[in-house]
Ligand binder design. Sequence first.
Ligand SMILES: [Zn+2]
Length: 457
Amino acid sequence: MRITFNGAAQVVTGSCHLVEADGVRFLLDCGLFQGSEELEELNPKFTFDPSEIDFVILSHGHLDHCGRLPYLVKKGFRGKIYATSGTIDISRLILMDAAQVQEEQLKTVNRKRLREGKKPRELLYTLDDVFDTFNHFKPCDYHRWYRVGSVRFRFLDAGHILCSETVELEVEGKRVVFSGDIGNRGKPLIRDPEIPEKADVVIMETTYANRKHRSFKESVEEFKEAVLSTFKRGGVVLIPTFALERAQDILYILKQMFERGELPPCKVFLDSPLAISITKTFRRHPECLEDRVLKELERRGDIFNFPYLEFTRRVEDSKKINEYRGRAIIIAGNGMCTGGRILHHLKHRAWDERNSIIFVGYQAEGTIGRQIVDGAKKVKIFNETVAVKLKVYTINGFSSHADQPQLLDWVKRAAGRDSKVILVHGEKPVIGKFLPLVKREVGAKVFAPELYSEIEL
Ligand SMILES: [Zn+2]
């Protein structure tokens, strides 16, 4: 068996691993590189011919795991893409959005590249390629074994986002586990990660293998205090958030607070068309929800609706929020303030010290979100300088990824002394620190492959 790492090796994004065994060639994920121009330039590069790939196993609907599927199809892939039906639903929404965003941004990106003397970038794929990709999806259930040629596989719940998967495989008589992204325990809507049986080869993610998260419960308390003190000042709360999972977690937490009478009545705007569509997807996949939430869904028919919630899909409705003067919480994308409707809200509200912004997710370097977290007094939004006087809160415990103690516990149970553990989906320094820990705690042989390198097993 040979594995070639076409992404997420010594970096977090671009998850795509080619497995060749017993005359079969398949991919684990086919995700997009994101975060910097250097990484994005790698997106058209594969070490293989897409027309020679037999099938793909997809671990979940985040863009860095599914975002190159339409490019694979455009370049001649003809096989099936296996995933849970929830992952397929989410990937559809995420890929349509990605194609539109790429098309919108390409002109600006290329204007900048031409000025810098660089070659213009080609569109990776169009909406038509995305629609072609939909024909390749093949829905699977959790826990059921599937066979394609000589390979058998089944999905466990990875507990990362709705319907995400950890994959157990049998290849050439060996048990192989691909972790996908491993979830953070104690999240409000979905189940905790399932741990696979001990395997010969374990490919595992390491995004936060250098961190310890604050618990979800403590973070919820912190969040509540931030909202209440903003209301005391007569201000409005802005929450920049990703459309998938975090937005729904926040909605559900707010609903619970209203039900317990912990928050005064106030408007909650979900101001992101993609987040609204994904919120509806949650109702269509009760099989992926935590038991307690599932019972609630069966009893009430819904888990997100509360009297003060308003979905604003149309641009006109989003603009009207600017004039709203009452108590309000505005949830809008995108999560790092690099684009999307949150920028309009910041422009209208950041200068007013009564307001607050609550960051509930990671802020990458160079983003407006990071500038605000780092204490910038002014930011540039749509070429206009905006004073940042609103109160800034950063809450770190809402992560969808397991932290170091959880990852160590996971690998201790999934791998043994005779296993081979391959660390992927993490930054180089993070993997560098985690590798000796795994060696010591598990006693296994541990690898940290470079991008485009291969391992023979
Ligand atoms: Zn993910």
